[in-house]
Design a binder for this molecule. Structure first.
Ligand SMILES: Cc1cc2nc3c(=O)[nH]c(=O)nc-3n(C[C@H](O)[C@H](O)[C@H](O)COP(=O)(O)OP(=O)(O)OC[C@H]3O[C@@H](n4cnc5c(N)ncnc54)[C@H](O)[C@@H]3O)c2cc1C
Length: 260
């Protein structure tokens, strides 16, 4: 039986980040993954880092993620697969462009550089665009894309140098609870297929959708996304052959024609 203080559950981008952050701060942490690292949604992700989001918390989380990505290699010697190719949000109408202006203002207050661009300027950034069908865009030069598997490897290897540990093929079956001195509920351990592990702290990073945790517990009967009020929808993923003629460089996003 082990006695631990910090305990990410789930080896996706959230769990690997939690392990990295805890280990860096000297917390003895162990990540339990029921399958292999990145086996959940993280395996599918395109890894696009768009920092300008409609709420302050997301903006700050994405800003610190992006800052970590830019320094992780020099800090750990491991390439997280970060490419700073910039992001261009396209607007089909003036209402969307107004929204982008507001996003840019909020972003500036958090130190995120961005500019509103005309259809012609957008075309210069991404030459395949038809400037006649867009109203303009918001260009965020510091955004980019990360390889999720490389990132999780860099985070967990770095964590292991600070004492963090990863245990794969170790499903958590239950989170055990007891009472503290004031009669409030507290975590006392987790049950795994290998037995009970004592801990006073669990970070539920078990994802959503197919990665959803499958254990009963009054602390974690819902995945983090469900607990936050998001519901899971079916995922459909299309894979294409590489189109060699596509220009490399800035990534584009068209919010008017996607579900977010
Ligand atoms: C097609 C697609 C494209 C996307 N593109 C982007 C993008 O460009 N940019 C972006 O920011 N986001 C994107 N996302 C979203 C992003 O991928 C997810 O938000 C993120 O990967 C979720 O990570 P996670 O660690 O929370 O969950 P997951 O990656 O699902 O990890 C959860 C882990 O917990 C493990 N687990 C579950 N139950 C247990 C248990 N009982 N015991 C132990 N382990 C358990 C699972 O096996 C899994 O490995 C995309 C998602 C999809 C599907």
């Amino acid at each position: 039986m082990l006695c631990l203080t910090g305990f990410p559950l789930g080896g996706g981008s959230a769990g690997c980040n939690a392990l990295y952050q805890l280990s860096k701060r000297g917390v003895k942490a162990v990540l339990l993954e029921r399958s292999k690292l990145t086996a959940g949604t993280t395996w599918h992700t395109a890894g696009l880092i768009w920092r300008l989001r409609p709420n302050d918390v997301e903006i700050q989380l994405l800003r610190s993620t992006r800052d970590l990505l830019t320094k992780l290699e020099s800090e750990t010697g491991l390439d997280p697969g970060w490419i700073n190719n910039g992001g261009l949000y396209l607007a089909n109408n003036k209402e969307r462009l107004n929204e982008y202006s507001r996003l840019a203002t909020v972003g500036h207050s958090f130190g995120i550089d961005s500019t509103i661009v005309s259809p012609e300027e957008a075309k210069k950034l991404f030459p395949l665009l038809d400037e006649n069908v867009i109203h303009g865009g918001l260009y965020c030069p510091g955004d980019g894309v990360v390889d999720p598997a490389m990132l999780c490897t860099a985070l967990t290897r770095s964590a292991s140098k600070s004492g963090g540990q990863v245990i794969e093929n170790c499903p958590v079956q239950n989170i055990l609870t007891g009472k503290n001195g004031f009669g409030s509920k507290k975590v006392t351990g987790v049950t795994t297929s290998y037995g009970v592990i004592k801990t006073n702290c669990v970070a539920n990073c078990s994802g959503s959708g197919k990665g959803k945790a499958d254990f009963p517990s009054d602390f974690a009967d819902k995945s983090p996304n469900e607990a936050a009020g998001y519901s899971t929808i079916a995922e459909h993923i299309l894979k294409f052959e590489e189109i060699k003629s596509l220009p490399r460089g800035v990534k584009i996003r068209r919010l008017d024609e996607e579900m977010d």
